[in-house]
Design a protein around this ligand. Structure first.
Ligand code: HEC
Ligand code: HEC
Length: 305
């Protein structure tokens, strides 16, 4: 998939190149994207960029390991942990209970050290007013023919404990349906708008806040490739958290090439302002080129009004 490849190049070859500069030959064209993850000062951010330059790789390694060192930094061959086949044959549409079971099961597998997580300090949640401090993530992917299950184990620098979130992509329907939840033990709470704000099209590629704040750059590339290659899915809003009217979608040409009802990604609305501001300001979107001043002004005016 061409789009997927160019985005992965833009997002991820840089960290890979940076971490293994000494021993990995640089892929063709990587110089063009070998830029540090810094704000372009586009004027899109509502708050000054968070400065985490004092934060060392040792701090990152030590804090990440508070989840239990035996659970992370695994050797791997596939970035996706295979699950046994779905118990119900010829299933068309998972039940909510089946979705919950998958979510609880992947949390347990993570706790048993039976998953392949990539760990990073995430860019999108660290910036702006979300937490404004390093946000630590462990992301793992699981699958069988019926479902892709994504797990996020997350904690912010001053947070008291690790929180568990999951996305289950039901692959037995056309299009697939994504369920979102927070998991506490065996209790699963489905969520809607809260997650939709950043996850407009399902799971997000790994975007580290700094090239050296990722546990395994090759694994980040592999997991992001799995995520970017997913079919376009539909966001499941639980009954107690239905979607409000999100207004008109963003129609900027540089974005709707991909983010449109018939594009690779779902349309973007004002509710997605936070990831739009961060990903464009930090040069991740659009992939592989920068907006012209006129496009930037158009985007800013759409976001601000
Ligand atoms: C402020 C934006 C934001 C919000 C709100 C948000 N997420 Fe995420 N989420 C992210 C980002 C960014 C990543 C990738 C992080 C990285 O770089 O490791 C991510 C990753 C994940 C992953 C791992 C798979 C993937 O997409 O990479 C899961 C599972 C997940 N989020 C679930 C949730 C759930 C459930 C909610 C709602 C309760 C939620 N998220 C709300 C930004 C957000
Ligand atoms: C060439 C296709 C392409 C173009 C053009 C593009 N995007 Fe994206 N965008 C993607 C893909 C693929 C992802 C998922 C990978 C990721 O998370 O980085 C994504 C992710 C995003 C996300 C995270 C939410 C989501 O949909 O997963 C936002 C926000 C976003 N893009 C904003 C923009 C904006 C704003 C523009 C225009 C200035 C733009 N993009 C242009 C392909 C594109």
């Amino acid at each position: 998939m061409k789009v997927a490849f160019s985005i992965l190049t833009a997002l991820l070859l840089f960290p890979l190149a940076a971490l293994h500069a000494a021993d990995v030959p640089k892929p063709a064209g990587s110089d063009a994207v070998a830029k540090p993850v810094t704000s372009s000062r586009s004027g899109l951010l509502l708050q000054p960029p968070v400065d985490i330059s004092h934060f060392t790789q040792e701090d990152f390694t030590a804090f990440s390991a508070t989840v239990g060192p035996e659970k992370i930094r695994k050797t791997w061959t596939s970035p996706v942990t295979a699950l046994p086949p779905h118990p119900r044959k010829d299933v068309r549409g998972l039940t909510e209970d089946e979705v919950k079971e998958y979510m609880v099961r992947v949390c347990r597998l993570f706790d048993q050290g039976a998953s392949i997580p990539v760990s990073d300090v995430g860019l999108i949640s660290t910036q702006e007013d979300v937490v404004r401090q390093p946000m630590f993530n462990h992301v793992a992917v699981f699958s069988n023919a019926a479902a892709h299950i994504y797990l996020l184990v997350q904690r912010q620098a001053d947070g008291k404990q690790w929180a568990y979130f999951s996305i289950v992509q039901d692959r037995t329907t056309e299009p697939p349906v994504d369920y979102y939840a927070r998991i506490k033990g065996t209790e699963v709470e489905f969520k809607g708008t809260n997650c939709y704000r950043c996850h407009s099209s399902g799971p997000l590629a790994i975007h580290p806040a700094r090239a050296d704040l990722v546990s395994d750059a090759a694994l980040a590339v592999a997991i992001s490739k799995d995520i970017v290659d997913q079919p376009l899915s539909r966001f499941h809003f639980p009954e107690n958290d239905p979607p409000p009217d999100y207004g008109k979608p963003l129609v900027l040409k540089a974005c709707v090439k991909c983010h449109d009802t018939d594009g690779d990604r779902a349309p973007l609305f004002k509710v997605h302002s936070h990831p739009i501001r961060v990903l464009v300001d930090f040069g991740y979107m659009p992939p592989n080129h920068h907006l012209t001043p006129a496009e930037l002004a158009e985007l800013k005016s759409w976001l601000d009004h």
